[in-house]
Design a protein around this ligand. Structure first.
Ligand SMILES: Nc1ncnc2c1ncn2[C@@H]1O[C@H](COP(=O)(O)OP(=O)(O)O)[C@@H](O)[C@H]1O
Ligand SMILES: [Mg+2]
Length: 263
């Protein structure tokens, strides 16, 4: 069981202009095996919350537990996929996927089996010997995803993994991430600033406010499990979109004004 429990989490950064409360009073739970998206304006604390769950960022107050065990640092059971292209240019696709397994001390035979499985899962068969520089941005993100999946983590955290990709590639990869999740029993927390993407992919959406970063709304996505992209033209999709946008609109404006230095 890989439930994520966030309890009274607060993360404060010391910045030259004074302390920045990036995450404040967040107490939420991602049920084991479920798919939750986190949306919020740029700079509101999404990455900080994700990093705290991943054990990459210390809490100022409160904490996080995964599967009932407090998170105190990076853990092999918690996989992370970032927005930035994190592939290693001097390694082939297979060797990129094997890299994390090597570090984890997995035997060579097992590395090969798991790499093959993960490459198949993300649809990169035929590209095993390719180098990242010869692949598109979307395919490089598949490599990053395969590398995380090969570790067989119970929890997968994704921080705007498709933000740098074009719209078509995003929709396509999103659908695949959802498929992979449905065939696994992984617990997924997916960060995005794209409301439609959040609705298309997840069972539940957390909406985060700007400074301090709090969860100000939780929206259950009551769309059918079989989620064809055509669902975006249904009335229910629209209602959900309006609901999330209504929660987000004022926050986005507030964030924008603060960043622009206006009042
Ligand atoms: N290491 C850090 N030191 C100081 N401030 C930080 C640090 N990391 C993030 N911040 C600040 O915390 C706030 C939240 O950042 P972040 O979690 O990256 O937001 P998001 O991912 O929602 O865009 C921002 O104001 C950012 O500038
Ligand atoms: Mg971020």
């Amino acid at each position: 069981m890989s439930e994520i429990e966030v309890d009274g989490l607060r993360v404060v950064f010391d910045a030259p202009a004074g302390p920045v409360v990036a995450v404040d009073g967040v107490s939420e739970r991602v049920e084991s095996g479920s798919f939750v998206s986190l949306v919020g304006p740029s700079g509101c604390g999404k990455s900080t919350l994700l990093a705290a769950i991943a054990g990459l960022q210390a809490a100022t107050e409160g904490g996080v537990a995964v599967g009932g065990v407090p998170v105190t640092g990076p853990d092999r059971g918690i996989g992370v996929v970032f927005q930035e292209d994190s592939t290693l240019p001097w390694r082939t696709v297979t060797d990129n996927v094997r890299f994390a397994l090597q570090i984890a001390g997995v035997s060579r035979a097992e590395q090969r089996t798991r790499a093959r499985e993960a490459i198949e899962l993300v649809g990169l068969q035929g590209f095993e010997r390719a180098y990242p520089s010869t692949l598109s941005g979307g395919m490089r993100q598949r490599v990053a995803l395969a590398r995380t999946l090969a570790l067989r983590p119970g929890v997968v955290l994704m921080d705007e993994p498709f933000a740098a990709l074009d719209q078509q590639t995003r929709i396509f990869l999103g659908a695949e991430v959802r498929d992979i999740w449905r065939r696994s029993n992984q617990t997924v927390l997916f960060v995005t600033h794209d409301i439609s993407e959040a609705i298309l992919l997840s069972q539940r959406i957390w909406v985060m406010s700007y400074r301090p970063g709090r969860i100000i709304d939780v929206v259950d996505v009551d769309l059918p499990d079989e989620r064809d992209p055509a669902v975006v033209s249904t009335p229910r999709f629209n209602e959900l979109h309006n609901r999330v946008w209504a929660s987000l609109r004022d926050e986005s404006m507030r964030g924008f004004r603060q960043r622009e230095g206006a009042t």
